[in-house]
Design a protein around this ligand. Structure first.
Ligand code: UGA
Length: 429
C-alpha cells in the first residue's frame, strides 16, 4: 500500500513522516516547488521538534516528495488531503485548496483510490469533495472519500501523531474504513468508526471544547483579580477532579494559532448558516478577543501611560516550541502598544517578527538581556522555558523601571516580588 499526502504543512508533513516511521511508503506532494526542493534537501519549512530527525531518517528511503500532482495521484492507492483551510473574512473556511486537490485526483486517477480528508473542513465537505472528484473525472472510476480528522498540536506534533488518544474514521463504506484502519494498525489507541459528517463535527467540537475551557478559565481569572484569589490555585484545585481534567486550564492572554481561532469562527459561521445558536461558543470567542485588552488595560493603569515607555516583549509565537505566529496574542499586544505610542523590543527563541511589524519603534533582539535593556516593563507573552530559567534578579539591573507583566502566569510571584519587581500575572492579584 502506498500513501500520497497532499499538502506539506504541519499536518501533512507530520502525517507523512509518521506513516514513514510506521513502515509505509509515502510521497509528500505540494505544488510549492520551493518547499518540495528544500524538503528534498532535508530542510523543514517550519520549526517543529523531532520532525527534522525523522525527515533525515526516511528521506529517499520510505519518504519521497513531489510537486507534480499527476504522477503523484497515479502512483498511490491512498490519497490524504492535508491542505490548508484558512479563514475567510466572514469566518467561513476557504475550501479552494481542497477543491483544487479534489479536481487533480478526479482528473488524473486511472484506478480505484481511497481518499482520506485530514484537513479541518466544515460539515458536509466530504460530500462536496466526492462531487468535485466525480465532476473532474473524464470517465467514471470508483473511489471512496473518508473523513479522518487530525488532533495533533504544534510543538508536540510527533508525539501526538504517534501516540493519539483516538482515531476517528468517518466513512460510508465499511470496507474502506477497514482499509484505512490497517494503516494505523501499529498505533495503540481506540478507533471510532462513524459517518463522515459525525467525524467532521467531532474535530470542530474537540477544538471548540478546548477553547471553551481556556476562555472559561480566562474569564474566571478576571473574577479572581477582583476577589484577590490566585487562578492557578483554582485551576489546580478543579483540575484534580477527573470529570474536569487538569489540561487546558492555564489562564493567560488568550488562545492563538492556526486552529482554535479559525475553527471557533468556522463553527459559528456554520451554526448561523443552519440557523442554530451556539451561545456558549459566541462568548468563548468574545472572551478570547478581549483577554489581551483586559491585561493591557491593567498594565496601562500601573504605568500611568504606555506613551514613550519601552516595553520588552518576551515570546512572539502563539505557544512555545513553534515558530508559528498565526493569530498569536503577542502580535495583538505589540499592535496595541504601538497604537499607544510605546517603544517595543521583542524576543523569541525561534519566531521572527514579520517585516511589516518592524520600524524604529519596534525591533527584535537576539538575546533576552538585550531585549530588557532600558525597558520600563517586561510583558511575557509566550511561556518559553528559557524565560522561566532566566535569573531575573540579575537582569533587573539592566531595566529602567521594574514592572514585570506575566501574560502566562509562569513565574513565581513571591520570587519576582522578592527581587524587587512590580510583578503581575493574570488572575493572581
Ligand atoms: C490545537 C488542538 O490542541 C489540537 O488537538 C488540534 O489538532 C489542533 O489545534 C488543530 O486543529 O490542528 P494547537 O493549536 O497546535 O492545537 O495548540 P494548543 O496546544 O491547543 O494551543 C492553542 C492555544 O491555546 C495556544 O495559544 C496556547 O497558548 C493556548 N492555551 C492552551 C492556553 O491559553 N491555555 C491552556 O491551558 C492551553
Amino acid at each position: 500500500m502506498s500513501i500520497l499526502i497532499m499538502g506539506m504543512g504541519y499536518v501533512g508533513l507530520t502525517t507523512a513522516l509518521v506513516f514513514s516511521e510506521l513502515g509505509w511508503k509515502v510521497t509528500g506532494m505540494d505544488p510549492d516547488e520551493r518547499k518540495i526542493n528544500s524538503l528534498l534537501q532535508g530542510a523543514l519549512p517550519f520549526y517543529e521538534p523531532g520532525l527534522g530527525t525523522l525527515l533525515k531518517k526516511h528521506l529517499h528511503a520510505n519518504m519521497s516528495f513531489s510537486s507534480d500532482p499527476k504522477t503523484a495521484v497515479q502512483q498511490h492507492s491512498f490519497v490524504f488531503l492535508c491542505v490548508g483551510t484558512p479563514s475567510q473574512t466572514d469566518g467561513s473556511a476557504n475550501l479552494g485548496y481542497i477543491q483544487q486537490a479534489a479536481e487533480w485526483i478526479g482528473k488524473y486517477m486511472q484506478e480505484y483510490k481511497l481518499i482520506v480528508v485530514k484537513s479541518t473542513v466544515p460539515i458536509g465537505t466530504q460530500e462536496k469533495i466526492a462531487r468535485w472528484i466525480q465532476d473532474a473525472q473524464p470517465l467514471p472510476i470508483p473511489f471512496d472519500v473518508i473523513s479522518n480528522p487530525e488532533f495533533l498540536r504544534e510543538g508536540t506534533a510527533l508525539h501526538d501523531a504517534l501516540s493519539p488518544d483516538r482515531i476517528i474514521i468517518g466513512s460510508n463504506s465499511e470496507q474502506a474504513a477497514e482499509q484505512l484502519k490497517q494503516l494505523y494498525v501499529k498505533l495503540d489507541c481506540p478507533v471510532q468508526i462513524t459517518t463522515p459528517k459525525t467525524a467532521e463535527i467531532i474535530k470542530y467540537a474537540a477544538n471548540a471544547f478546548l477553547a471553551t475551557k481556556i476562555s472559561f478559565v480566562n474569564e474566571l481569572a478576571r473574577f479572581c483579580d477582583k476577589i484577590g484569589v490566585n487562578i492557578s490555585d483554582v485551576s489546580e484545585g478543579i483540575g484534580m477532579d477527573h470529570r474536569i481534567g487538569k489540561h487546558f486550564l492555564r489562564a493567560g492572554i488568550g488562545y492563538g494559532g492556526s486552529c482554535f481561532p479559525k475553527d471557533v469562527k468556522a463553527l459559528l459561521f456554520t451554526a448561523k448558516e443552519k440557523q442554530a445558536q451556539l451561545t456558549i461558543l459566541e462568548k468563548v470567542f468574545q472572551v478570547n478577543e478581549t483577554q489581551f485588552l483586559y491585561f493591557l488595560d491593567n498594565l496601562e493603569r500601573q504605568l500611568a501611560s504606555f506613551q514613550g515607555k519601552t516595553i520588552a516583549i518576551l515570546g512572539l509565537a502563539f505557544k512555545p516550541d513553534t515558530d508559528d505566529l498565526r493569530e498569536s496574542p503577542a502580535l495583538s499586544v505589540i499592535k496595541s502598544l504601538v497604537e499607544k505610542q510605546a517603544v517595543v523590543r521583542a524576543h523569541d527563541p525561534v519566531a521572527k517578527l514579520p517585516s511589516t511589524f518592524l520600524s524604529d519603534k519596534v525591533i527584535q533582539c537576539e538575546t533576552i538581556e538585550e531585549t530588557v535593556s532600558q525597558a520600563d516593563a517586561v510583558i511575557l507573552c509566550t511561556e518559553w522555558p528559557e524565560y522561566r530559567k532566566t535569573n531575573w534578579g540579575e537582569l533587573k539591573k539592566r531595566m529602567k523601571q521594574h514592572y514585570f507583566f506575566d501574560g502566562r502566569n509562569v513565574l513565581s510571584s513571591e520570587q519576582m516580588s522578592a527581587w524587587g519587581f512590580h510583578y503581575q500575572g493574570i488572575g493572581n492579584r
